[in-house]
Ligand binder design. Structure first.
Ligand code: DGL
Length: 271
């Protein structure tokens, strides 16, 4: 079997996986969540790179010709080094893709004011990868990045819909719009944030579009495969989904139900 590998620091990548599978159910998928070492969002560049490379190697050894780093933090801190330095040494016929570039690509079609906001983890915001990618593609767009260290724990503890979440969501929206009141489009640049979308929209100024990235990653991957038919031909098409986690599978299976509408049966691995 040659599945598409989907990697995340934990559960959040399941929001990306489900959008990809909705669009392309025919492929086999292998999801790897590094739940034992999550979160990545507050870790150093070196550690995120090291952990992500271990995960990519593991997915390659499981037969994945193509790996998507569903994690924004891993895409921000590890993708470029892996693509440029590691892939040529490991196996130059395999591919590793991230989520930031496809998200940056879509933004010019959405904003009218050319002022865009990004909510993401501290690591993603500090890396300035969104700012750099958007500047390369759309230099006329002004970007304001706000880090939201409390949002991932809110989602993972199933508190996203509770009244206690209001404070943390409103606080970050206020911070964003006092930095730039002209923002009309806000990217949810973290895998977990789509689960907070209803709460975010509740406090968002009217007329502002909230953009979860899953659908853009899915269409961008579909487009990539249609342009790289050699890669497409290498992927097996059995429609299966397998899950690997570095945490205990019972805990993974339970928490995964926050992110997916079907049960999963994960297998534990050590990276
Ligand atoms: N998956 C991470 C991201 O999209 C969020 C969770 C974490 O901090 O590890 O940035």
């Amino acid at each position: 079997m040659s599945p598409i590998g989907i990697f995340d620091s934990g559960y959040g990548g399941l929001t990306i996986l489900s959008k990809i599978r909705q669009l392309m159910p025919q492929y086999d998928y292998l999801y790897l969540g590094d739940n034992a070492r999550t979160p990545y969002g507050t870790r150093s560049f070196e550690v995120v790179y090291e952990f992500t490379l271990q995960a990519v190697r593991r997915l390659f050894s499981e037969g994945c010709p193509l790996v998507v780093l569903a994690c924004n933090t891993a895409s921000a801190k590890a993708l470029r080094s892996i693509q440029q330095n590691d892939l040529p040494l490991i196996d130059s016929s395999r591919r590793v893709l991230g989520v930031i570039r496809p998200t940056a690509e879509c933004i010019a079609d959405i904003t009218k004011t050319n002022h865009v906001g990004i909510f993401a983890t501290p690591g993603t915001i500090r890396s300035k990868t969104y700012d750099l990618e958007i500047a390369k593609l759309h230099p006329h767009i002004q970007v304001t990045g706000i880090s939201c260290p409390m949002w991932v724990p809110l989602v993972e503890n199933n508190e996203a819909h509770m009244p206690g979440a209001d404070y943390f969501v409103k606080q970050k929206i206020d911070e964003m719009f006092s930095a730039d009141p002209l923002i009309d489009s806000v990217i949810l640049g973290c895998t977990h944030y789509p689960l907070l979308q209803a709460k975010i929209e509740q406090f968002m100024p009217s007329g502002v579009t909230v953009i979860p990235q899953g659908q853009y990653i899915a269409t961008s991957l579909q487009d990539y495969l249609s342009r790289h038919t050699d890669m497409q031909a290498r992927l097996s098409q059995g429609g299966t989904l397998s899950m690997l986690t570095t945490e205990h599978p019972t805990q993974f299976n339970e928490c995964a139900s926050i992110f997916l509408d079907h049960p999963v049966d994960a297998q534990r691995i050590v990276l």
